[in-house]
Design a protein around this ligand. Structure first.
Ligand SMILES: C[S@@+](CC[C@H](N)C(=O)[O-])C[C@H]1O[C@@H](n2cnc3c(N)ncnc32)[C@H](O)[C@@H]1O
Length: 380
């Protein structure tokens, strides 16, 4: 994938309209175009979301075949825009593959096609995308939304299947496993993740995204350690900057490595939140991106936004041999470390001249290597 090919304006503001056109009535579409969709139309879907949300919080996956078309539609109206925003944030972390080739993509556990839609809005490369889900209702819903959303999209060739393809069908440049490994369960997820990794082409990328809950995230952190120990060709490239065992997992039995998307929640999500009493003002996720034969960045990853404290300020950082809270006391502020107070989650940095207790001095030099310019996402 060539990042030069990325369309300059992702049209994520259209995704809600595509979902409504695909799944709701003409009346709902007209209401949406003028303002809010009536609570009368949305309320039955809110009831479905309450049930789904309880399952997700209890980490109890719906059984195959138990997802009805109504539940798949409810998922699409509420969780699709939320997960689309998380995936869109992570797509910015993908490596710049050389060449301007057609890419082969696998969206495992695609649900209503969330990752497929986000990717199609993000890259202009032609792509063969194989959407796999064990639920027929989800696949039928994914087809309907894709037909609405991608109708004007050029060069995206989608196929849908309930079965994971084998290697004989060809290898993939990009594989998504988004909010699905937690449904497979902590034991089976290892085997499933290995099967997916085995389908990667050289330099191919596996993007695993999970809910940002403590348990799902810590399972993902453990899975990362196991996968790279068993498959040395699989290199974690985000957020990890190294292939050592995860230091957070080693040093804490409470912390979990998760990210936050700041966004202006789109209208449907805000309306559903009102009905449900939920709040998706900030959305949390956990993720690891692996690359077949990839190269670790080697620098330090900032895991939390800069936070002011009484003593000064601090960020949590992770690198090959460095992990912990780096503190900048007020008394140590200097020109060479002024970048420290602007650090944001997931910035890549080099920090030289900190003492062993990870305290900056006036001589500390902080250099930002890369940063996503505006991490907030807007559907406005
Ligand atoms: C929480 S949904 C996530 C959907 C989509 N990836 C997203 O993030 O919006 C999980 C999906 O994974 C599917 N799924 C769960 N276990 C699966 C398996 N073993 N094989 C294929 N699909 C599976 C479910 O049917 C469901 O559609």
């Amino acid at each position: 994938m060539n990042l030069n090919q990325i369309s300059s304006r992702a049209h994520n503001h259209k995704i809600e309209e595509s979902i409504i056109r695909a799944l709701l009535s003409e009346e709902a579409l007209n209401q949406f175009r003028l303002g809010d969709v009536s609570h009368r139309i949305l309320a039955p879907f809110a009831d479905e979301i309450r049930l789904l949300s309880k399952d997700y919080n209890d980490l109890a996956a719906p059984a195959p075949g138990s997802i009805t078309l109504q539940a798949a539609a409810a998922f699409s109206l509420y969780y699709l825009p939320i997960n689309y925003a998380k995936i869109s944030r992570l797509l910015r972390e993908l490596p710049n593959f050389p060449g301007d080739k057609a890419i082969r993509v696998l969206d495992f556990g695609c649900g209503p096609g969330t990752a497929t839609l986000a990717l199609s809005d993000y890259v202009s490369n032609p792509a063969e995308i194989c959407c796999v889900d064990q639920s027929e209702a989800m696949l039928a819903t994914a087809m309907k939304i894709a037909r609405q959303h991608l109708e004007s999209e050029k060069g995206k060739n989608l196929s849908f299947s309930t079965k994971l393809p084998g290697r004989e069908g060809g290898l993939y440049d990009l594989i998504f496993a988004v909010n699905v490994l937690c449904e497979v369960g902590p034991e089976a997820m290892r085997e499933r993740a290995k099967e997916l990794a085995d389908l990667l082409a050289p330099a191919g990328v596996l993007l695993v995204l999970e809910p940002g809950l403590k348990d799902t995230t810590r399972h993902l952190m453990a899975l990362r350690n196991e996968l790279i120990a068993e498959m040395p060709q699989l290199v974690p490239i985000f957020p990890c900057t190294h292939a050592e065992p995860c230091p957070m997992l080693r040093e804490s039995d409470r912390d979990w490595c998760h990210g936050t998307v700041h966004w202006n929640a789109p209208r449907l999500v805000r309306q559903m939140d009102e009905l449900l009493g939920f709040n998706k003002h900030r959305i949390k996720f956990s993720s690891v991106i692996f690359q077949h034969g990839g190269k670790s960045a080697g620098a330090l990853r900032v895991l939390t936004d800069y936070e002011k404290t009484k003593a000064g300020g601090e960020v949590l950082i992770c690198g090959g041999c460095a992990y912990g809270r780096v503190v900048l006391p007020k008394s140590a502020r200097s020109e060479s470390n002024q970048e420290f107070r602007r650090l944001k989650q997931y910035d890549l940095v080099e920090i030289s001249g900190i003492d062993e207790s990870l305290r900056c001095t006036q001589n500390t030099v902080v250099t930002r290597i890369s940063s996503i310019p505006d991490p907030s996402l807007s559907f406005a």
